[in-house]
Design a protein around this ligand. Structure first.
Ligand code: B4P
Length: 185
């Protein structure tokens, strides 16, 4: 099973990803976590990414696609994987399709976590991560609208998209996601 988890910042992708990978035995690949590890290790990439992440922008498509190519070359992805927070732009989605074709693989499903922006603002202000100030959250939501939301039509065009309501009890949301993934596989 090869799945993409799509949703606005703070829609609960990281939270739900943990439950999904446990249920289906998948490898969890979060570009946000990969970038935060680079920041924590103080690498050249991490130093560049830190400034972009704290401003609410997106790290460049080339850097992200390079990271994903390296990650998908690792053996633990053969059991299936869940991509969390990637792709975030149409060029990233096109790059992913090309990469998977080279590996003789393809995506089974794309799950969209649907949460309204007022709820997102409250959740992220409560989380208090370095990139969770009110101004940065607004910028991230604008970036989501302009650069990531077009992926909804991109994956609808491939007949792979299922939307799941992402508000309420975390386990109840996971239950809806599990049912959608089982129906799609
Ligand atoms: P990410 O790490 O992907 O994080 P996110 O979108 O902010 O959060 P997520 O949706 O995972 O929400 P979470 O479960 O944590 O990105 C961070 C930054 O990295 C980006 O802004 C960008 O700069 C960079 N980046 C990452 N990927 C990139 C890419 N592909 N291209 C370019 N740049 C990239 O949940 C949020 C909060 O809500 C938590 O506190 C959680 O406990 C709470 N919550 C979750 N579910 C809830 C529920 N049902 N009810 C109430 N609260 C809930």
């Amino acid at each position: 099973m090869q799945v993409v988890l799509l949703g606005a910042p703070g829609s609960g992708k990281g939270t739900q990803a943990e439950n999904i990978v446990k249920e289906f035995g998948l490898t969890h690949i979060s570009t946000g976590d990969l970038l935060r590890a680079e920041v924590a290790a103080g690498t050249a990439l991490g130093k560049k990414a830190k400034v972009i992440m704290e401003s609410g922008g997106l790290v460049s498509d080339d850097i992200i696609l390079g990271m994903i190519e390296d990650r998908l070359a690792q053996a633990d992805t053969n059991q299936g994987f869940l991509l969390d927070g990637f792709p975030r732009t149409v060029p990233q989605a096109e790059g992913l399709d090309a990469l998977l074709a080279k590996l003789n693989r393809s995506l089974n499903s794309v799950l969209l976590l649907d949460v309204d922006y007022n709820e997102i603002m409250q959740r992220l202000l409560a989380r208090k991560r370095a990139d969770d100030t009110e101004d940065t959250i607004r910028k991230r939501l604008q970036v989501y609208e302009s650069q990531t939301a077009p992926l909804i039509d991109y994956y609808k065009g491939q007949n792979k998209l299922t939307a799941v309501a992402g508000v309420g009890d975390v386990d109840a949301i996971s239950g809806r996601i599990f049912a959608a993934l089982k129906a799609a596989s």
